[in-house]
Write a protein that binds this ligand. Structure first.
Ligand code: HEM
Length: 373
């Protein structure tokens, strides 16, 4: 499709799909012509509206900038760097547990890739880590279980509603608890934060927290398992990073190009737009295929080759422009630490050939649900 019709209308969903890198950059970064406010496509649902009131990913500037700046003050490079020792400790504890259970075969997703980021994000936010099974359930319900178009249909929203309701109640009760106490942490900081000369209300804070909680772990665990898939398929690269751990950051950028965890990046056209030789009418839903743009031959030489020595891998896996992923430094650090911990612990690890890998539906999410190792 990228070669035959790089911008095309998908008749079934009504989406305009964008497959080429250059056009993808335009859609992601031209915030004037491509809005993040997708409410026009989402069924009117009171609970959903309340729940997403503080979700700044779905806002345009200037409101987006005001709201984002409140959280980004808490997500400084120094703050993220300061989490490194704790992330190392959590990774070590998870690997110790596997060792103590005497297992020589694990599910990388359930044993390490998921518990690590979910523990980190829960601790950053000041939520009980013991509730992490709930966070996974909600992230699955909102991101994967109900399909990529769930948010845009009555049935999809109805299927997500119980999780939305549960998550809203859960987060609301934590925000109220923080309001009534003097416990420190991100929630406390948000309770005290001001934007536009006014305090955030409880629902806005819930929207913030839900965004961080949902965006912050399934994506990161998928980046990690995708890195292991790439290394398993490329024993030469595995050998090189074992010999020189300094190659790991570049290798991870190549993983993000080669296997973007998120499949689609969505926008709404605010005016008629010419793109890829097509005229996209105002008000259309426009979706960039992050999986395709990373493999665009006009941007990347030999795009289907996993090459850890590429220069300047400007992938779109974290987006680009004003909505660039707020958690990218955290995700990169978590995966680097987890991979280093595995390399320290094991002389060798492989994906066995006698047990199937379970993948998500590739139109919804680009990664594994279950990865035997
Ligand atoms: C935004 C991907 C990890 C929080 C984004 C966007 C992408 C993305 C593509 C851009 C959305 C857009 O342009 O509309 C990823 C991937 C991750 C990851 C692939 C892991 C490998 C994280 C983590 C956090 C996080 C760990 C939080 C701790 C956010 C937030 C936004 C965002 C808050 C919205 C930013 C805005 O609209 O200004 N992410 N993300 N992400 N991400 Fe991530």
């Amino acid at each position: 499709k990228r070669q035959s019709e790089p911008v095309s209308l998908d008749e079934t969903s009504g989406r305009w799909q964008v497959f080429g890198y250059r056009d993808g950059v335009t859609v992601a970064t031209d915030a004037k012509r491509f809005s993040n406010d997708l409410s026009a496509f989402i069924p009117d649902h009171e609970e959903l509206k309340t729940f997403t009131k503080g979700n700044f990913q779905a806002m345009d500037d200037p409101r987006h900038r005001q709201m984002r700046s409140l959280v980004s003050q808490g997500f400084t490079p120094k703050f993220v760097q300061g989490l490194a020792p704790r992330i190392e400790q959590v990774a070590t504890e998870l690997l110790d547990r596997i060792r103590d259970q005497g297992r020589d075969r694990i599910d990388l997703v359930g044993d390490l890739a998921h518990p690590l980021p979910v523990t980190v994000i829960a601790e950053v936010m000041g939520l009980p880590v013991a509730d992490r099974h709930l966070f996974r359930k909600w992230a699955d319900a909102l991101l994967v279980d109900n399909g990529v178009d769930a948010l845009f249909s009555e049935e999809g929203v109805a299927a997500m509603a119980p999780s939305i309701r549960e998550m809203n109640q859960y987060l609301l009760s934590h925000v109220r608890e923080y309001r009534a106490s003097d416990k420190a942490g991100l929630i406390r900081a948000l309770v005290a934060a001001e934007t536009d000369g006014r305090r955030l209300d409880d629902q806005e804070i819930v929207g913030f927290l839900a965004l961080l909680l949902i965006a912050g772990h399934l994506t990161t665990s998928t980046m990690f398992t995708n890195a292991i898939l790439c290394l398993d398929e490329n024993p030469g690269a595995m050998k090189e990073i074992r010999a020189d751990r300094g190659l790991i950051p570049d290798m991870l950028e190549e993983v993000l190009r080669y296997r973007s965890p998120l499949v689609w990046l969505d926008r709404r056209a605010t005016e008629d737009v010419e793109l890829g030789g097509k005229r996209i009418p105002e008000g259309s839903l426009v979706s960039v295929s992050l999986v395709s743009v990373g493999r665009d031959e006009s941007e990347f030489k030999d795009p289907d080759t996993f090459d850890i020595h590429r220069e300047q891998i400007r992938h779109l896996a974290f987006g680009m422009g004003i909505h660039f992923c707020l958690g990218a430094p955290l995700a990169r650090m978590e995966v680097r630490i987890a991979l280093n911990a595995m390399l320290d612990r094991y002389d060798d690890f492989r994906i066995p050939t006698d047990e199937p890998i379970v993948f998500h539906d590739p139109k919804d999410f680009n990664g594994t649900k279950y990865l035997p190792l």
